[in-house]
Design a protein around this ligand. Sequence first.
Ligand code: ARG
Length: 570
Amino acid sequence: MQFITEILSDILTKASKKANYDITLSVTPCELESLGDYQCVDALGLAKVYHKSPVNIAQDIVSQVDDKIIKSISVAGPGYINITISEEFLSHYIVEYMKELDGLASSHVQKKKTIIDYGGANVAKPLHVGHLRSANIGESIKRICKYVGNDTLGDVHLGDWGLQMGMVILGIKREQPSLVYFDKNFNGEYPKTSPVSLSDLERIYPSISKETKENPDTLKEAKDITFALQHGHKGYFALWEHIVETSKKDLKANYDALNVHFDLWLGESDTRDDYDKVIDFFVKNNYAYESEGALVVDIKEENDTKEMPPFMLKKSDGSVLYSTTDLATLIERYKKYNAEKVVYVVDNRQELHFVSLFRVAKKYNLVPKDMELVFAGFGTMNGKDGKPYKTRDGGVMKLKNLIEEVKKSAEKKNSDESTLDAVAVSALKYADLSIMRTKDYIFDPDKFCAFEGKTGPYLLYSLTRAKSILRKVEKLKGEFNASFCDKKILLTLTNFASTIISAYNSLSPNILCDYAYNLANDFNSFYAKTSIINEKDVNKKYSMCLQTEFVVIILDKILNLLAINTLDKM
Ligand code: ARG
């Protein structure tokens, strides 16, 4: 099924041929309702080609248009073509459109096997607001990619193989030195149950992390343990497995609360059998060299205007690092998962790391040159002080506390107890998603929870309201007539698929947030003016009901793509 903009573009293109112009014209929705439903601004760029004023060119084209789906067409301003479509056409079109809805965006997109790398929590280390934003944005991007028909996998890519693991193991060793994991002579089977609980980890990491900052000897010890862990120390590895499992359980619960679900629970450590081969490849081919004790490769390119630091494969102490595991992971995504596209949803501040990663992989032909590697960076959620948000006690942020804080604001709005959680999570998630991905924003729970304006609760409320209207009217039979509805709402509905496509192309859930907000807003104003329940004219009532049903379907789909749970009642 063609989009209305495509149908109109074809009509104008044909008319332009008839008017002896050989051009393909394109039509877009009109920003200003009063001017028309759609517009074409292409004549403006054609003056030079045809040595004619854009107004004249536009008029020539318009004079050749003859199609009954167009109610009126005119030339305005410096040469804009404004188009209004007929209600009759719209009535048929929207009904067909809604029938074919789920295939529409997909039929307009070229498919790729895609992996979304998001979440990125670090084992045994507290989650911070950046991880939450990655989870929220990444989950939505993953759903959008799937929705438009890509074979898509989401991978949490846990941080589970770095220095923090050595630190935590050291912390445990300090508290419980007699554990078998630390006994060099132990030869038996290691215990099945974990010697540490989540609250142990929550206590151990901050204290040992503080100590490594203050005491170089502690840092050295943690580094040595990390090195040993990475090089096959059996005891540390067995303990490490317990730490990872304990931490994962908690992470899963946190992600569940946000409606974030991963297809793959892989991490840095999953490359442990592969990265030595990758390092060997660079060494054998003489691509790698030593710099200040570390093993690095050059990734400079001829046209670089800025200094490009080399890519690091091994630290001076011999341990592998973030860049090494990321490179091995990327190669595995290509080889094992046949990924044609990988999207990394990570904090803006890591851009250089990813630019370097993509370069090294392509420069040395470790992945195909046409593999699409995208860094989808995002800004930070800041506190009122402009720094990354911390909870009131200044300590590490916990999702539970964060949701509690938002709930306090939601409570002020008198929500019913059972829906408070959903309202708070929707508020938090919508705030994360609705800001342009790359921008920072300020944590302001009162604003997030407002029942009016661009907020999660407003969307939930609008959707439940529409649903409740539908519950109150009996099932009707009739003929759908757009003239009884709000044309703006119907036109917005017919933009659903193209909106998804633009959110997909730019990996920007905020485009969906804006779309849903505008739709909800128009819907609420329409129903403030009209009473559908008391309507006597059957066809009118039927049409208004169907419009409501369409709005419900679309809002439901968008909230699902944003991974925000909806409510039946509020
Ligand atoms: N664990 C990392 C961090 O906390 C984020 C991981 C992002 N993904 C990746 N493939 N590097 O900063």
